[in-house]
Design a protein around this ligand. Structure first.
Ligand code: ARG
Length: 585
């Protein structure tokens, strides 16, 4: 089923051709949801930019389009407003038909794309032997939501965890552990990630101060990269320790992702450099092999290099990304590759993409996108830290959200004089706590920084997870109170859209498909959040002005259907954001 927006776009495009000829077949019909509901539901602004080309006043163009428009199934006669905007008001009958169609459909009328793409979403990607930080949390939450939306649309999505599990840091760590904790290199579970992180810091200090240690550490890297079995074993142990702790976070957040770390591409690094060399792209700069970039300059205006091999022969983060890109295109057959990292890596990706294009690794038909996001700030507006200035441990951050959700719930239960089982309380606190953290992140435009505030994200009012969950719970409450089995409501009852809140709600429900397509294109999950938030608001307005269980038929069943469709839309939308609902809270 085409969304309303799509149908109108198709109709306007056809009318353009009918009125002005084939040359306008590829003109964007510029249809969007009306900016002001006073003027209708949708509007097309296409007449304005065409004025010059067609040498006609926009209003005259709009009139000619309307004369050819065939939309009377869908809407009332389109009207021209202002300088030449065409306004569409959807007919209630049409809404009723569409609602009945989606009522019988598990997917709420949202069809999979006709030609699915192979998509890779590279997200989360923490570093071994280092703490997973809030930046990785953002990447995990946003990447998961994007992957969910694409999967729902039927794309073949490969979720990749590009963990930092390779490089000089391992030589340093192994060299240090050989001195300080030799047993950690041969036996599993001697250290936890916390130990590992502090040992890593000590190793780094030694590395920076002690030339002899630096040399030992370098030798360790060489041994590791040459495949020395003792070194490989030690490295394996270190990775496993980190992996176990990352998994705790993934389990809490219910994230599915496949690990394919930097080490995976190690065998291809030398080839990548050779390939760049063969193409004559490489230059030597102070012993390092690099490619000078276009459009990237230092303060003096000189072009900046992308270094692919250091003077000591070691490879860089960028070399791995070039190898990964080649592998993903040639072996995984990816057609769209999405990287979710903080905005600080924008230049890195732009440089990698530029070099890959030059080298012929990245063909025109493959789309690569860096999906950047801003910082997570504390309530003081500074980078999120513990009181003593340490980086916050993600496990603790998530646990705290659950604790605070539990406190809120318990005080509400007390106020309402409700008794609930421990199991219920645990389950609701867990879902609400985690949902609140995810939603607070996703509901922001990801490119901006946002302030992390437990009290804001857990509030029952405003654009928060609890507000949306509550709207869902309200509907389930109606079903319990009226002993209604929504699944048995049947599709033979005609939906009645008489009250304005019913109409507004119905129109909004039918916009889910448009929003999902927008997220699929623009990779901005906050658009979906806003949609669900507005849906919840519109539902609440409907709920306050339209009695449901106490009204006569056919309104009773009709309103029950609207309520059920709202709940199903909220549930589906939230599930795409990686958020699960509760039946009561
Ligand atoms: N490990 C990196 C970091 O912590 C993120 C990796 C992102 N993915 C990539 N293909 N570079 O910053």
């Amino acid at each position: 089923m085409n969304s309303l927006l799509e149908q109108l776009k198709i109709s306007v495009s056809q009318a353009l051709v009918a009125a002005f000829g084939e040359e306008l077949a590829n003109v964007d019909p510029l249809v969007a949801v009306a900016s002001n509901p006073k003027f209708g539901d949708y509007q097309s602004n296409v007449a304005l930019p065409l004025a010059k080309q067609l040498k006609l006043a926009p209003r005259a163009i709009a009139e000619k389009i309307i004369a050819k428009l065939e939309v009377d199934q869908i809407c009332q006669k389109p009207e021209i407003a202002g300088a030449g905007f065409i306004n569409f008001t959807i007919k209630p009958d049409y809404l009723v038909t569409q609602l009945s169609l989606i009522q019988a459909d598990q997917r709420l009328g949202i069809e999979p794309v006709p030609s699915p793409q192979k998509v890779i979403v590279d997200f989360s990607s923490p570093n071994i032997a280092k703490e997973m930080h809030v930046g990785h949390l953002r990447s995990t939450i946003i990447g998961d939501a994007i992957a969910n939306v694409l999967e729902f649309r039927g794309h073949d999505v490969l979720r990749l965890n590009h963990v930092g599990d390779w490089g000089t840091q391992f030589g340093m760590l192994i060299a240090y552990l050989k001195e300080a904790y030799p047993e950690a290199l041969t036996t599993a579970d001697v250290l936890d990630l916390g130990d590992l992180v502090s040992l890593y810091k000590k190793a780094k200090i030694r590395f920076d101060q002690d030339e002899e240690f630096k040399e030992t550490a370098r030798n360790e890297v060489v041994k590791l990269q040459a495949g020395n079995s003792e070194s490989r074993h030690a490295w394996q142990l270190l990775c496993e320790q980190s992996r176990r702790e990352f998994q705790v976070i993934y389990d809490l957040l219910d994230i599915k992702i496949t690990e394919r770390g930097e080490s995976f591409y190690n065998p291809f690094l030398a080839d990548i450099v050779a390939e760049l060399d063969q193409q004559g792209l490489l230059q030597e700069d102070a012993g390092a092999k690099c490619i000078f970039l276009e459009g990237f300059t230092n303060k003096a205006g000189e072009p900046l290099p992308l270094i692919v091999q250091k003077s000591d022969g070691g490879y860089n983060y960028a070399t791995t990304d070039l190898a990964a890109l080649k592998y993903r295109i040639e072996q995984d057959n990816a057609e769209r590759i999405i990287y979710v990292t903080d905005v600080g890596q924008s230049n890195h990706f732009a440089a990698v993409f530029q070099v890959a294009k030059k080298a012929g690794i990245l063909p025109e038909k493959v789309e690569v996108v860096h999906v950047p996001f801003g910082l997570v700030l504390g309530e003081d507006g500074k980078k999120l830290k513990t009181r003593s200035g340490e980086t916050i441990k993600l496990k603790e951050l998530l646990d705290e959200a659950i604790i605070q959700a539990r406190n809120d719930l318990e005080s509400r239960l007390q106020e309402e004089g409700r008794e609930e089982t421990e199991e219920f309380i645990n389950q609701v606190a867990q879902t609400v706590g985690i949902s609140a953290v995810k939603y607070a992140d996703l509901s922001q435009n990801r490119t901006t920084d946002y302030k992390f505030s437990y009290s804001k994200m857990l509030a029952l009012q405003g654009n928060t997870a609890p507000y949306l969950l509550y709207a869902y719970v309200r509907v389930q409450g109606i079903s319990r109170k009226g002993e209604i089995d929504f699944e048995k409501l049947g599709t033979h009852t005609k939906i009645v859209l008489a009250e304005s809140t019913e109409l507004i709600l119905a129109k909004h429900i039918l916009q889910l498909g448009e929003i999902i397509q927008e997220v699929e294109r623009e990779l901005l999950p906050n658009r979906l959040c806003l949609y669900i938030y507005e849906l919840s608001q519109k539902f609440n307005q409907f709920y306050e002005s339209c009695p449901i269980l106490q009204v006569e038929e056919p309104s009773r069943t009709s309103r029950l259907i609207l309520a059920d469709l709202t709940a199903r839309t909220i549930k589906l939308g939230l599930s795409l954001l990686g958020i699960s609902v509760v039946e009561r809270m």
